[in-house]
Design a protein around this ligand. Structure first.
Ligand code: SAM
Length: 267
């Protein structure tokens, strides 16, 4: 395939066959699982996956690449190409059992894409992504760590996140400026402590990390008072990065419950 990489689409194509094989080996799936690949590009992962599975769904924004890929894969298997922005893609609209989502993600949209996937979690069996190493480190970070932040809490509230291995920039053309990592994300089902209201949860986490150097009492001012923190068992002098994912869920669920109680009493 001939193609000039487009920077605006975060195009860095994998060419290292050892890495490609290593990724394919981690995407273990039986033939009944439907796989959706995000950003197939020139097919580095698509072709071996299609050979193994016989059919595959891919979401690609670049029309030229999609056309070339369709021709190349014609005799390999059934390739459903969704030519569109993956941020608009309805993962749960495929009308199938749970899906496995994989891909070497475009760096420029990896965070909004993760949030989009978090809203589609009920139809996702598992996810396996290659992303900027720094983003993977943030996703997997534990409390009391500099990398621990909003992304860690939001992803880990829904998924078990596991970093698999790093990939050096030389595995791609053009060579990116940063290192990459593979990450595995598995939805927590059944959830041990589910979030009651995603909107409240997201608001609490966002506000806490907006001013991460402040104590949690100060950063959540206006939303939560000291008495609430005490009720939930959170020490008010801690900072956002000291609270566990379970602490954030407890806090947001407490706010949700008291809000509902107040509404009931008023009604
Ligand atoms: N999978 C190929 C590989 O490993 O060589 C290409 C990976 S490249 C890092 C990212 C791919 O995602 C490109 O093909 C790019 O065109 C596509 N892409 C970028 N933004 C996208 C978007 N918003 N929606 C769908 N695909 C997108």
């Amino acid at each position: 395939m001939s193609h000039k990489a487009r920077k605006r689409f975060g195009q860095h194509f994998l060419h290292d066959q050892n890495i490609i094989q290593r990724i394919i080996n981690t995407i273990t799936a039986d033939n009944s699982t439907r796989i959706v690949e995000i950003g197939p590009g020139m097919g580095a992962l698509t072709i071996p996956l299609l050979q193994a599975m016989g059919r595959l769904d891919v979401v690609e924004i670049d029309r030229d690449l999609a056309q070339q890929l369709a021709e190349r894969c014609r005799d390999i298997g059934t390739l459903h190409i969704h030519i569109m922005d993956v941020l608009q893609f309805d993962f749960c609209g495929l009308g199938t059992d749970k899906i496995k989502v994989v891909g070497n993600l475009p760096f420029n949209i990896s965070t909004p894409l993760l949030f989009h996937l978090l809203n589609n979690m009920h139809c996702i069996d598992s996810m396996l992504f290659m992303m900027q190493k720094e983003v993977v480190d943030r996703i997997c970070a534990q409390p009391n760590n500099r990398s621990y932040g909003r992304l860690s809490v939001m992803v880990q509230s829904e998924c078990t996140a596991r970093k698999l291995f790093n990939i050096a920039p030389g595995a791609f053309t053009p060579v990116p400026k940063v290192e990459s990592s593979m990450v595995s994300l598995t939805p927590k089902i059944p959830m041990t402590s589910p979030v009651s209201d995603k909107l409240i949860f997201s608001q609490v986490v966002k506000q806490a990390f907006n001013q991460r150097r402040k104590t949690i009492r100060n950063s959540l001012k206006g939303l939560v008072d000291e008495a609430v923190l005490l009720d939930v068992g959170i020490v008010h002098s801690q900072r956002a990065e000291n609270l566990s994912v379970a602490d954030y869920i407890k806090l947001a669920n407490f706010l949700h419950d008291t809000h509902n109680l107040r509404r009931k009493n008023c009604g």
